[in-house]
Design a protein around this ligand. Structure first.
Ligand code: HEM
Ligand code: HEM
Length: 189
């Protein structure tokens, strides 16, 4: 004897449509043409880049902040190794972050003709930072090491406003996508 209500009989509408694993997991952020990042991906990118910039700029501040005759234990410079530890870790993490964006975000935005100038400036700046960051470890000679250091932090300081410009301009191109060329209109038809 059955207790309770029986399950409604399944109306036969033919075989259920099968969806591939790819389709089941497809999310609107992960659409093949998607340029925007998922909220979590965006948070990871921004947190890494903010910590990278903040630790670099903190080094810069501490490097120049002390009076020439400060007592070693009172000097702000005693925090420099800590900033470098954070900066080194974030520099490595930033390579993963940038690598991930080069794989999807960048080519998609490039093909869509969106935010190319600010994007190219940001990517160019980031590449030069990676190269000069390498130089800080391996370039020999006092003069060349000092020049690499200045180049690195000047680039780093310049990239910060470029990043925010990039975000703002990117959003603007979302609201006003660039007009299609006649060729592109024909291609779409
Ligand atoms: C947001 C941009 C950045 C700023 C403001 C910045 C700033 C700095 C500063 C001020 C220093 C200390 C310079 C010195 O020791 O003479 C430094 C060191 C360094 N930076 Fe950056 N940087 C940035 C991005 C990057 C990136 C993208 C990388 C590589 C992926 C990187 C890798 C390094 C490395 C390897 C060092 C040497 C660390 C050490 O001596 O232990 N930086 N950075
Ligand atoms: C180091 C290189 C780059 C980094 C770190 C970066 C990072 C970001 C981040 C975090 C966002 C916000 C995403 C969101 O709101 O979901 C963004 C937006 C955007 N980026 Fe990039 N990007 C880079 C390179 C580029 C390049 C080269 C282009 C263009 C060819 C580009 C085009 C765009 C566009 C169009 C947006 C706006 C998306 C929207 O809000 O609809 N980016 N970028």
């Amino acid at each position: 004897m059955r207790i309770g209500r029986s399950a409604p009989a399944r109306v036969d509408r033919g075989p259920r449509p099968t969806r591939s694993a790819d389709e089941r997991h497809r999310h609107r952020w992960a659409e093949p043409g998607g340029i925007r990042l998922s909220p979590r991906h965006r948070r990871v990118c921004e947190a890494t880049l903010v910590l990278l910039a903040a630790s670099g700029l903190a080094w810069l501040f501490l490097h120049f902040a002390d009076a020439a005759d400060c007592e070693p234990e009172a000097c702000l410079a005693r925090w420099i190794p800590a900033t470098l530890r954070v900066h080194g870790a974030m520099a490595m993490a930033s390579l993963i972050v940038i690598g991930g964006l080069i794989q999807g975000h960048v080519p998609r935005a490039w093909r869509a003709g969106r935010n190319r100038l600010a994007g190219a400036l940001l990517l160019g700046g980031a590449s030069l930072l990676v190269v000069s960051g390498w130089g800080l470890y391996y370039v020999g000679g006092d003069w060349l090491r000092a020049a690499t250091s200045v180049l690195h932090w000047v680039l780093g300081a310049a990239v910060v406003p470029i990043f925010f410009l990039h975000l703002a301009r990117g959003r603007r191109t979302r609201r006003n996508p660039p007009a299609l060329t006649t060729e592109e209109i024909h291609e779409k038809q």
